[in-house]
Ligand binder design. Structure first.
Ligand code: 2HG
Ligand code: ZN
Length: 482
């Protein structure tokens, strides 16, 4: 990225910002614009007008009001670990980073709840809960950099949804600055509150299009009781859900993940070891509470019975916390291990009962449409959520690759539509899935989404062009960068 020369209009707007946000926190240097102007998708050229880091909620409010007065587009920004381009600023927007709003404000052991600012990193919150003998159960590989505000804005899922649900299930209070610049204090940590529409839930999963989340109250829970991890080698697709049915009936599962041999090979290349000698086309990773010998016995009995049925060919069970962590890495490290191949990503879901049919139809479709590409499957299969990653061949031009993959996605989304599924299970719509939203939400429903956006953000300044297109003017662009 080369430095851009702001237009006169842009310079005046930036000076105006510096009147209420410390100049050091209004950044226009190319490095900040590059880093803060993108998420993990890497498909778009970042090109924000500036990156602003407010240090108080009042400053966020002033910023939103200023943006309304001058019709400036704002892109709220957390840890930028998203995979759908929702935090990308490539059209001269102002990135609003929540990095400085990173304090834990309150903890109440009676309520078992914690109130924190939006910029608190997920792992910091998890560690805080652990220090108080409690547990924040929303968990995923990007825990070390993702932020609570971003998690809420995408209703993050992850690896423990099967037992604990989504981010939405843990948010009992939210403070938000709406696109109008109003500060709303939503639900205030209440467990029960039947006093009309619950606006908190509109902001959860809103991808920064309605306003900016500045503070959250989150419920904590009991830690898991001595979890063990099993990795099982599965000879065919049918075995995956057969194992799910067998294990979930008899053990308290906290995760049921799967990945293919092709996916596994990428983490092995990065230095991890095979869980056992037998290579099988698929693997499942099962985590379950194992506080007593009875659970271990049950798990081993299940292993034997499933092996007899031919649903698994080999397996391993963790003998220590360290070993459990190592086994988890086989699944969690996949995404990062393939990033150098610029994968085209799909993140789809169906009801659990439809998973076997979806897997069979997808298998047929992907083998037919992508004979020359490497297609990797993994995901949270116990939630009906599959990640499909198509690796870009080194010699293929990125735009051509994206076009070819996009065309196949249309077929995939047709299958999903037939099964009542979703084109985005947990990564959000952002920019990458915007063209396909209609496969999951019909026109009438999208009309209601637009009306909600209009109510909270009448001038269309909040993350314009994400989820769906609106009539938003992107006001002041600096000169183009390369
Ligand atoms: C995961 O489950 C993440 O590992 C990333 O959601 C998924 O890389 C992906 O497609
Ligand atoms: Zn995932």
């Amino acid at each position: 990225m080369t430095p851009s020369v702001p237009s006169q209009e842009a310079t005046a707007l930036l000076d105006g910002l510096r009147a209420f946000i410390e100049p050091a926190h209004v950044r226009v240097d190319p490095e900040s614009c590059l880093n803060y102007g993108r998420d993990w998708t890497r498909l778009y050229v970042p090109n924000p007008l500036a990156v602003v880091l407010p240090g108080t909620v009042e400053q966020v409010q002033q910023l939103v009001r200023y943006a309304n007065d001058h019709r400036l587009a704002l892109v709220p920004s957390g840890g930028r670990t998203g995979l759908s381009g929702a935090a990308v600023a490539c059209r001269g927007e102002i990135v609003v980073s929540l990095d400085r709003l990173n304090r834990i404000l309150d903890f109440d052991p009676t309520d078992r709840s914690v109130t924190c600012q939006a910029g608190v990193v997920t792992e910091t919150l998890q560690n805080f809960a652990r220090d108080h003998d409690l547990y924040y159960p929303v968990d995923f590989a990007a825990r070390g950099s993702s932020q609570i505000g971003g998690n809420i804005a995408t209703n993050a899922g992850g690896i423990k949804v099967i037992r604990y649900g989504l981010t939405r299930d843990w948010v009992t209070g939210l403070k938000v600055v709406t696109g109008r610049g109003d500060l709303l204090d939503l639900n205030r940590g209440l467990i029960k509150n039947a006093s009309g529409y619950d606006l908190r839930h509109l902001f959860i999963g809103s991808e920064g299009t309605l306003g900016i989340i500045v503070e959250a109250t989150l419920q904590l829970t009991q830690p898991l009781r001595e979890p063990s991890v099993m990795v099982l080698g599965v000879p065919d697709l049918d075995g995956i859900m057969a194992l799910y049915g067998a294990f979930r009936g008899r053990l308290e599962l906290s995760a049921f993940e799967f990945f293919s041999e092709l996916a596994l090979r990428h983490v092995l290349k990065k230095g991890l070891h095979r869980p056992f000698e037998t290579a099988t086309p698929y693997y499942v990773l099962i985590e379950f509470e194992n506080p007593e010998q009875a659970q271990t016995d049950e798990a081993l009995a299940l292993f034997e019975q499933c092996a007899e049925q031919g649903w698994l060919a080999d397996g391993v069970i963790s003998q220590s916390e360290a070993q459990a962590k190592e086994l988890w890495r086989l699944r969690e490290d996949i995404s990062e291990s393939i990033s150098e191949h610029q994968p085209y990503k799909n993140d789809v879901s169906v009801r659990i009962s439809r998973v076997p049919a979806l897997l069979a139809e997808m298998d047929e479709l992907l083998a037919r449409e992508y004979p020359d590409f490497e297609v990797l499957w993994y995901g949270h299969i116990g939630d009906g959520n599959l990640h499909i990653n198509i690796l870009k061949p080194a010699n293929l031009e990125p735009a051509t690759f994206a076009r070819q993959c996009g065309a196949v996605s249309e077929h995939l989304f047709e299958i999903l539509r037939r099964h009542g599924g979703s084109i985005s299970a947990e990564h959000g719509v952002g920019l990458t899935k915007k063209p396909y939203l209609h496969y999951t939400r019909d026109e009438t429903e999208i009309g209601y989404l637009r009306a909600i956006k209009q109510a909270f953000d009448p001038n269309g300044i909040m993350n314009p062009g994400k989820i769906f297109d609106g009539s938003t003017r992107v006001p002041t662009s600096p000169s183009k960068t390369s």
